[in-house]
Design a protein around this ligand. Structure first.
Ligand code: G1P
Length: 300
């Protein structure tokens, strides 16, 4: 049965071990690494909230309790700040606890992104929902998810975010075969391949970590065998949905994203994200940019 319900829920997989950031991530979740002074995961939750989603399910695992503490009230800390008259500090500490209704489920065994999404089935139920991957950082000034939700409301089915990359980069991503659709920034997805070699890539349009899924994805994921890397791939389930009848929740569209995206799962891009965000922060841009200019001049 197709479902026309509005999207209210977002699923954020956060069970990864963060091995690319060791030793920083030995005792803290990689999602808690700061971009300037805010944990990466808070930006992702804020992005979902800004798109109108106020029910967030984080799919976590062992060693991720700091995330739960972050989205909870911290009464002692608030009291200490309040006693010092630091109301701005109190607001900052409270903000993450009051952003949205944040829920948790555990993945248990990491069997891939598709498996993480399947862990959300009970919480999501028979409603369309968004999936946001924490390693893909979308600049808050370039509202991609809102556009994807509009496309879902208009066309039904599922929606992926696509971005053009160099052909040498396709093997890092899910890659889409596309056909034009009515709007200039929307395409019909006819096929998807997870991390293809450049010669096998159907195009250089790749999936960046934002999805709006029809709940039919759960039934498909249950039938999807392990794919690339021996893991259950969301890409494989979406490929199946792309070939299914819209009356059964099938059909996949792509929104072509031309905004700013960063990969905070990679150390150099993580640093780029921090530098760019610091340069845009009204409270520190002046001091930081003038230091950065001088530093680069000195480097020659
Ligand atoms: C995942 C998906 C891939 C997608 C990518 C976006 O891969 O499996 O299809 O293109 O996220 O960042 P991962 O980077 O988790 O290996």
């Amino acid at each position: 049965m197709p479902t026309s319900a509005v999207v209210r829920k977002a699923v954020v997989p956060a069970a990864g071990l963060g091995t690319r950031f060791l030793p920083a991530t030995k005792a803290i979740p990689k999602e808690m690494l700061p971009v300037v002074d805010k944990p990466a995961i808070q930006y992702v939750v804020e992005e979902a909230v800004a798109a109108g989603l106020d029910d967030i399910l984080l799919v976590t695992g062992r060693g991720k309790r700091a995330i739960e503490d972050h989205f909870d009230r911290a009464r002692e800390l608030e009291e200490v700040l309040a006693a010092k008259g630091d109301t701005a500090g109190v607001d900052l500490v409270r903000r993450s606890a009051e952003l949205a209704a944040v829920h948790y489920t555990r993945q248990g065994i990491p069997k891939g992104l598709g498996h993480a999404v399947l862990c959300a089935a009970r919480h999501v139920g028979n409603e369309p929902f968004a999936v946001l991957l924490g390693d893909d950082f979308i600049h808050p000034g370039d509202p991609l998810l809102r556009r994807m939700l509009d496309v879902r409301a208009q066309l039904g089915g599922s929606v992926v975010a696509l971005m053009e990359v160099g052909i040498d980069q396709v093997s890092l991503y899910g890659c889409a075969a596309i056909e034009p659709a009515d709007a200039d920034d929307v395409v019909t997805v006819t096929d998807l391949v997870e991390k293809p070699a450049p010669r096998d890539a159907p195009s250089n349009q790749v999936v960046i970590g934002r999805y709006v899924c029809d709940p039919a994805v759960f039934g498909v994921l249950r039938r999807t065998p392990p794919g690339r890397g021996g893991e259950i791939q969301l890409t494989d389930a979406l490929k199946t949905l792309a070939g299914m009848d819209p009356a059964e929740g099938g059909g996949v569209h792509g929104v072509l994203f031309r905004g700013r995206r960063f990969d905070t799962g990679n150390r150099v891009d993580y640093l780029r994200t921090i530098v760019q965000f610091a340069c845009e922060r009204p409270d520190m841009a002046e001091e930081f940019v003038s230091w950065l200019r001088k530093y680069l001049d000195d480097l020659g």
